[in-house]
Ligand binder design. Sequence first.
Ligand SMILES: [Zn+2]
Length: 181
Amino acid sequence: MAEPRVAKTHVEVRRSARRRRMVSAYREGDTVVVLLPARMSKGEEEHWVAEMLSRLQRSETRRRSPARTSDAALLTRCEELSGRYLDNDAEPTSVRWVPPMRTRWASCTPTEGTIRVSERLRDVPSWVLDYVLVHELAHLRVPGHGKDFWELVHRYPKSERAMGYLEGISAAAGLGIGVEE
Ligand SMILES: [Zn+2]
């Protein structure tokens, strides 16, 4: 996967005359939609957009993966994902949590069937960790990043969204991390 370049969260503000006080936000594809009362000032809008983005991120981070707890749990999750998205045809010999890597979220050695996942991902939402696991599992079948590879990865429906999420946290932390290579 390519190195991340910019953090971009598309935000769409929708104002409603029927809303008086309630502010809410949700994701719609790659976009965060923020719903605001029609009468809010520009300054209030800026405040609430920033506030809702950070609340949304916090609530997503709380939905962490059970795979975070151990290497065995990580392997179990890989088996589930392989069954669901990769025809049960991506069986790693080992999957391990490893100390944070400087430029990678995860890596694999296809010839040995081993996958390593950076500790930095322990606290991301489960759907983001699942994307990283599907990416590495797909490499057990297709080593490079060609068309065949991405066809496999995109069987996981939240791939694009997870890539955006990882780019965002990498850029926010000034890390410059890609999935691997
Ligand atoms: Zn890759």
